[in-house]
Design a protein around this ligand. Structure first.
Ligand code: ADP
Length: 245
């Protein structure tokens, strides 16, 4: 299974990705996590991305495309993956199409988490407060000012991907404002829809189940033998047992 999660920062992509990977035994490929790891490790990519990420802007396409190209070739991604945070621009989506086509892979769906921006800001503030209370390190770009920049980048560069994938008939939208469990259930339904025959379809109707008792005719081979009685042959004699030599 190969999926994309689409939605603005704080929409719950990471949470739903975790549930999807557990259910389908696939891996989560989060470009945000990969870039943060590169920044922490001080790799050339990390050094390039650090200040861009701190401003809430997008890292250049060629950088993230190269990271994703490497990652989807890892053995653990063979069974499938859920992309979280990638693609974020139309050129990234086109590059992904090429990467998948070269490998003979296809996308199973793009799940868009639809959310209200005003509520998102409150959600992220809550997430920051909870992380601080637990003594965890808060992301450098999780401040209200940077978040506004991330949302603006989403609106301008990433939101057009909804149309891009709708044209390819891959877009599936869910209400991201519902509870975490409800969103998970909605995604589950989208990925394995229950097929109900359409009204007026030409499919043949199933035979009705007979519920009435059939009349038992005398002498019918269906008639039950009384318990303990031996089977008789046609002339009414008991069947002889023949020993096999
Ligand atoms: P969020 O979606 O919550 O804003 P992410 O963890 O996905 O956060 O990304 C954090 C930052 O990493 C982004 O603001 C951006 O600077 C960079 N980034 C992540 N993925 C991409 C991408 N596909 N293209 C460009 N920049 C990216």
């Amino acid at each position: 299974m190969r999926l994309i999660l689409l939605g603005p920062p704080g929409a719950g992509k990471g949470t739903q990705a975790q549930r999807l990977i557990a259910k389908h035994r696939i891996v989560q490929l989060s470009t945000g996590d990969m870039l943060r790891a590169a920044v922490a490790a001080g790799t050339p990519v990390g050094l390039r991305a650090k200040s861009i990420m701190e401003r809430g802007e997008l890292v250049p396409d060629e950088v993230v495309i190269a990271i994703v190209a490497d990652r989807i070739d890892q053995p653990d991604a063979k069974r499938g993956f859920v992309l979280d945070g990638f693609p974020r621009t139309v050129p990234q989506a086109q590059a992904l199409d090429r990467l998948l086509a070269e490998r003979g892979f296809k996308l199973d769906g793009v799940i868009e988490l639809k959310v209200d921006e005003g509520i998102l800001i409150r959600r992220i503030e809550k997430r920051v407060a909870e992380m601080t209370a637990r003594g965890e390190k808060v992301r450098a770009d999780d401040t209200p000012e940077v978040l506004k920049g991330r949302l603006a980048a989403y609106r301008a560069q990433t939101a057009p991907l909804a149309d891009y994938y709708a044209d390819k008939r891959l877009l599936k939208s869910v209400d991201g404002m519902a509870s975490i469990d409800e969103v998970t259930a909605a995604i589950g339904r989208l990925l394995s829809p229950v097929r109900t025959p359409k009204a007026g379809s030409s499919r043949r109707k199933a035979k009705p189940i007979r519920t009435e008792k059939r009349p038992v005719r005398k002498g019918s081979p269906r008639r039950k033998r009384p318990a303990g009685a031996k089977r008789k042959n046609k002339s009414g004699q008991r069947k002889k047992r023949t020993r096999r030599s």
